[in-house]
Design a protein around this ligand. Structure first.
Ligand SMILES: [Zn+2]
Length: 235
């Protein structure tokens, strides 16, 4: 008989970034690369880089033979700088998480991966460890334990495999696992074919590769523009 882990079905909240890719690889390992055991959940919350993120998540879904659920966020609103601060991000993230969990549970998934990493954990930010512990506590209260006939219902668990890793370690482990970084998208700037190389997310990405001592395989818009505009003189 195979271990319980191999029988699990894992849902992953996915944005198509480096951590999403890493989580997919982990989930695939934990389900012994069996087809039909993974579900990727992607939210359209009118993020600036929606199309690029969607493309990356679709590529992940194809690579891992995972089901893909694209959900338009119910409180969808176009991005504005005012919405990036205050209570809105945590409200939005929590709503998406509960929606994703409820759908995953309905579809028979028993494990839910949510990918925030150690370097994102700030008291002011939505992904704090306390936040996730509170969420796990709430989940154990709100999930129905028995059906109408008194039979036990499966419970969904939230796991945050990256909570004790920073992006540098994600890169190092991902290298060993041969994660395809070039298919991941971090950049938050819209309307670029390539990742910009200048925004907060691109800088984080570059730093992660540098700190990990791994060559960054990403093609950045900034580098391309510099190559085409700078003319070298010998001196
Ligand atoms: Zn960028």
């Amino acid at each position: 008989m195979k271990g319980k882990l191999n029988m699990r079905k894992i849902a992953i909240m996915c944005s198509g970034g480096m951590k999403s890719s890493w989580l997919c690889e982990l989930a695939a390992k934990e389900t012994s690369y069996a087809h039909g055991r993974l579900l990727l959940i992607f939210f359209d919350h009118k993020q600036q880089n929606l199309d690029a993120e969607r493309k990356s998540v679709r590529a992940l879904s194809a690579k891992y033979h995972a089901s893909l659920l694209e959900i338009p966020f119910v409180f969808n609103t176009h991005y504005s700088p005012e919405l990036a601060i205050g209570a809105w991000p945590i409200f939005k993230f929590t709503s998406m998480l509960y929606l994703g969990l409820s759908i995953s549970s309905d579809q028979g998934y028993d494990l839910f991966y949510c990918g925030f990493s150690k370097d994102e954990i700030e008291p002011k930010y939505e992904h704090g460890l306390d936040y996730i512990r509170t969420l796990q506590g709430t989940l154990s209260i709100i999930q129905p334990k028995y059906d109408a006939d008194g039979f036990m219902l499966p419970q969904i668990e939230v796991e945050t495999p990256l909570a004790y890793l920073d992006l540098k370690r994600v890169v190092r482990l991902g290298e060993e696992w041969k994660v395809e970084w070039t298919k991941t998208w971090s950049c938050e700037m819209p309307q670029h074919t390539f990742q910009c190389g200048m925004c907060r997310k691109c800088l984080q990405r570059q730093k992660a590769f540098k700190d990990a001592g791994v060559d960054d395989p990403t093609v950045y818009q900034l580098v391309l523009e510099n190559k085409s505009s700078v003319s070298y003189t010998s001196d």
